[in-house]
Design a protein around this ligand. Structure first.
Ligand SMILES: *Cc1c(COP(=O)(O)O)cnc(C)c1O
Length: 368
C-alpha cells in the first residue's frame, strides 16, 4: 500500500467530538439492550422518510438488499425485464438478476447517468420497470424518465445509493419512483461503520411487503407467506447513522465546495463534471473525463495522489451479463475509457485540492 499524500477516502474517525458521539450512541444501545430492530432503527426510518419526502422507510442491511427487496416488493421477478444503465457498480445489475428478472442495459449521457432516449428504444412487451442510478451523486433525468414510465405503465426503482440528499428540479433523490433505494455503506456520504441500506416508498402495501421481505417473508415474524432472507438493518449501525445524520449537511457542503474549487482550476484542462441549473449534486465522486488516462494515473501515483476508476468494466461486459439485451451503448463505451475519480472527500484541505489540481495541470502542460 503506497504512502499516499492525498488519499481517495479516509474512513478513520479523526474528529474527537464525532468519536465521542458515536461511542455514546453505541453505549446507549448496549444499555437499552433492544439490539434487534431497536428504537434507533425506527427513529432512523422516520428521519429518512421525512428527509426524502416519503411516507415510509424500511431499514435493511445493505444497498444491494435495498435494491433486491425494493424490486421484489413491486412484484418484479422471472419473465420481467428491467431497463437500467450500463455504468454502475455491479450491485445494480445483480439485484435485478437475483429477483429472477433480466437486466437490459441502456446508454448513458455525458453526465454519466442513464440516457432517457436510450430507455425509450429498449422498451419491449416484457419490460416491467426502469431502474435509473443516480451516479456520482447526481440525480438522473427523472422528469423525462417518469414521463416515459407513465406513458408505458412501467414501475420505477431509483438506485440512489450514491445520492442521498441530491436533488433534481428541487425534488430529492429517492422521491421520484415507486421505491427509492439507498446504501449507507462506509464509502457513501451518509455512512454507517458497517453495512446498511434503506428503501423508501409512499405506498402502504409496498411498505407491508418490504417489512415481510426484510424478515424471511414472514407476517408478524412467524407466519411465512413467501421465501425471502433476513435483511434487517442492524441497530448499532442505525444508532451510528442517527449521529452521522447531524454531520451530513456539513459533508455535502464541503464536497460541493471542493467540486467548485476543482471546477475552477480544471475546467479548461479536462472535462469536469456537468452541473446544470436546478440540480444539487452531492459529489459522491468527482469524476473527470480525460485523454491519456493511464499515463495521468501513473503521474498522479508518482505525486502520491490516490485515484480510482469507478467503474472500469461496464455492467453488460461483466461475465454474467455478456448475453443480456442492450441498446447501442456507444457513449458508455466511449466514456468508460475516459472517466477518472480524483480525491474529493470532505476530509481534504484546500491545500490538498490545489495540490491535486497542480499535478493534473502539470501533466497536461508537459504532455503537450
Ligand atoms: C454502493 C452501491 C450499491 C450497493 O450498496 P451496498 O450497500 O454496498 O450493498 C448499489 N448501487 C450503487 C450505485 C452503489 O454505489
Amino acid at each position: 500500500m503506497p504512502d499516499w499524500k492525498v488519499t481517495f477516502l479516509d474512513l478513520r474517525i479523526t474528529d474527537n467530538n464525532e468519536r465521542d458521539q458515536l461511542i455514546s450512541a453505541v453505549e446507549r444501545v448496549f444499555t437499552h439492550g433492544r439490539i434487534v430492530l431497536g428504537p434507533e432503527v425506527e427513529e432512523l426510518e422516520k428521519r429518512v422518510a421525512s428527509m426524502c419526502k416519503r411516507k415510509y422507510a424500511v431499514g435493511v442491511n445493505s444497498g444491494t438488499d435495498a435494491l433486491i427487496l425494493g424490486l421484489k416488493s413491486l412484484g418484479i421477478g422471472p419473465g420481467d425485464e428491467v431497463i437500467t444503465t450500463s455504468l454502475s457498480w455491479i450491485a445494480t445489475a445483480n439485484a435485478i438478476a437475483l429477483t429472477g428478472a433480466e437486466p437490459v442495459f441502456a446508454d448513458i449521457q455525458d453526465d454519466l447517468n442513464i440516457d432517457p432516449n436510450s430507455i425509450n428504444e429498449l422498451i419491449s412487451s416484457k419490460t416491467k420497470a426502469i431502474m435509473p442510478v443516480h451516479y456520482t451523486g447526481k440525480v438522473s433525468k427523472m422528469t423525462d424518465i417518469m414521463k416515459i414510465a407513465n406513458e408505458h405503465g412501467l414501475l420505477v426503482i431509483e438506485d440512489a445509493s450514491q445520492s442521498f440528499g441530491a436533488t433534481h428540479n428541487n425534488k430529492i433523490a429517492g422521491s421520484f419512483g415507486d421505491v427509492g433505494c439507498f446504501s449507507m455503506n462506509p464509502m457513501k456520504l451518509f455512512a454507517a461503520c458497517g453495512e446498511a441500506g434503506m428503501v423508501v416508498t409512499d405506498d402502504c402495501e409496498t411498505y407491508d411487503r418490504l417489512i415481510s421481505l426484510r424478515y424471511n417473508g414472514t407476517v408478524n415474524k412467524e407466519v411465512c407467506i413467501q421465501p425471502s432472507h433476513n435483511g434487517r438493518l442492524d441497530t448499532l449501525q442505525a444508532a451510528i447513522l442517527l449521529e452521522r445524520l447531524k454531520h451530513l449537511n456539513g459533508i455535502i457542503d464541503r464536497r460541493r465546495a471542493i467540486a467548485r474549487l476543482y471546477d475552477e482550476r480544471l475546467k479548461k484542462i479536462v472535462r469536469t463534471p456537468v452541473s446544470s441549473e436546478g440540480e444539487y449534486d452531492v459529489y459522491y465522486t468527482y469524476t473527470i473525463q480525460v485523454e491519456s488516462r493511464e499515463e495521468l494515473i501513473k503521474h498522479l501515483d508518482v505525486c502520491r495522489i490516490e485515484t480510482k476508476i469507478q467503474h472500469p468494466i461496464l455492467m453488460p461486459y461483466q461475465l454474467p451479463y455478456k448475453n443480456a439485451r442492450r441498446g447501442e451503448i456507444l457513449n458508455a463505451e466511449r466514456l468508460v475509457k475516459r472517466i477518472l475519480c480524483i480525491p474529493a472527500n470532505e476530509k481534504l484541505s484546500n491545500e490538498d485540492i490545489n495540490y491535486v489540481a497542480d499535478c493534473i495541470i502539470e501533466f497536461y502542460k508537459s504532455s503537450n
